[in-house]
Ligand binder design. Structure first.
Ligand SMILES: NC(=O)c1ccc[n+]([C@@H]2O[C@H](COP(=O)([O-])OP(=O)(O)OC[C@H]3O[C@@H](n4cnc5c(N)ncnc54)[C@H](OP(=O)(O)O)[C@@H]3O)[C@@H](O)[C@H]2O)c1
Length: 300
């Protein structure tokens, strides 16, 4: 059995991906920061800050999938921004150095990245993988994250970077936050509502990772974003409709959102359109290519 080692495997994406890989015959092993949580797979403790890795973690790694990262949904204080950065970039560097030390050469390293790579830009431009990184906080994080992951090429590995949109899933993630006020009849469109909201259904994302594992022709950066472009206004109204609710309140003005969220308000008030052409050209078919279909699945 081929061993797939996953960091951040206890999270939203990791849980579903681990299960799928296991069901398809892979040996899944995971890196965890603490063994307190019960997991379905053999787990190894790692602490990249103190350079600790439990013995045997890297043995026979066929593919390493790097999903670890502190959530970007908490307020971006100076210290927390450092954690967002280190949990993705320093952690990748640590595993790279350990693999070098232990002479481990995975066939592939597949890493999460985010469409924040391109910045949050509400414009006519549709971003593709050839576009440069944005100069803002998330753009710089994604740029450095991907650059760090590319270092594994020196081990002879194929490198796939999955630039992920906001993941819609049954439980947890952004949809839970978006649903709550609407369920309580406090739902409202944010700002002028014309900012794009790039999204992907969790099952499609898991299938993209799975394809990256099996399809050795996949190499480089791929946008993981559904082909259906929607704005915050469309999203808010569609979520309401799937919950059998109505939006009664007026739009929430930008300045209020900026006051509440600070720098991270950009996530609510701006958004880019991102092309899915490259992943589709590679033969991938979205099961959830429009928002109504995705919401019908994750909400109803
Ligand atoms: N979900 C989305 O909408 C979305 C969109 C774009 C990109 N992504 C990226 O895709 C990856 C997976 O996303 P997800 O939604 O599954 O994330 P998640 O649910 O927040 O899980 C991330 C995992 O990372 C580990 N982690 C958390 N804080 C950490 C820290 N300070 N240092 C090291 N590890 C830490 C945790 O695993 P342990 O507790 O087991 O260590 C956690 O289960 C992330 O890198 C995320 O940035 C997600």
């Amino acid at each position: 059995m081929k061993k797939i080692l996953i960091s951040g495997a206890t999270g939203l994406v990791g849980k579903k991906l681990s299960r799928k890989l296991y069901e398809r015959g892979y040996k899944v092993e995971i890196l965890v920061r603490s063994k307190s949580e019960k997991t379905d797979f053999k787990s190894y403790v790692w602490d990249y800050e103190n350079r600790f890795l439990e013995e045997g973690a890297l043995d026979n790694t066929y593919i390493f999938i790097h999903l670890a990262g502190a959530s970007i949904s908490k307020r971006w204080t100076k210290n927390y921004k450092k954690e967002i950065y280190k949990s993705r970039i320093d952690s990748a560097q640590f595993i790279y150095e350990k693999m070098l030390e232990e002479n481990i050469h995975p066939e592939a390293v597949i890493s999460a990245s985010a469409i924040g790579f391109y910045g949050q830009v509400t414009s006519e431009h549709i971003f593709s993988e050839d576009d440069p990184p944005a100069k803002d906080f998330l753009g710089s994080i994604c740029r450095d994250w991907e650059a760090k992951v590319l270092e594994f090429e020196k081990l002879g590995s194929r490198i796939v970077r999955i630039r992920t949109s906001t993941v819609l899933s049954e439980k947890g993630g952004a949809l839970e936050t978006l649903k709550k006020p609407i369920e309580l009849n406090f739902g409202a469109v944010l700002g002028n509502g014309q900012q794009y909201f790039p999204w992907i259904h969790i099952d499609d994302l898991v299938n993209i990772y799975f394809k990256a594992v099996e399809d050795v022709s996949m190499n480089g950066a791929y946008n993981a974003s559904a082909p259906d472009f929607v704005t915050n206004e469309i999203l808010t109204k569609k979520i309401a409709s799937h919950l059998n609710k109505k939006i009664f309140l007026p739009n929430i003005p930008k300045f209020i959102i900026k006051t509440i969220l600070g720098e991270m308000s950009v996530l609510a008030l701006e958004g880019s359109r991102v092309s899915s052409q490259k992943i589709e050209n590679s033969g991938f078919k979205f099961n959830y290519d429009n928002l109504d279909k995705a919401l019908a699945d994750v909400i109803n």
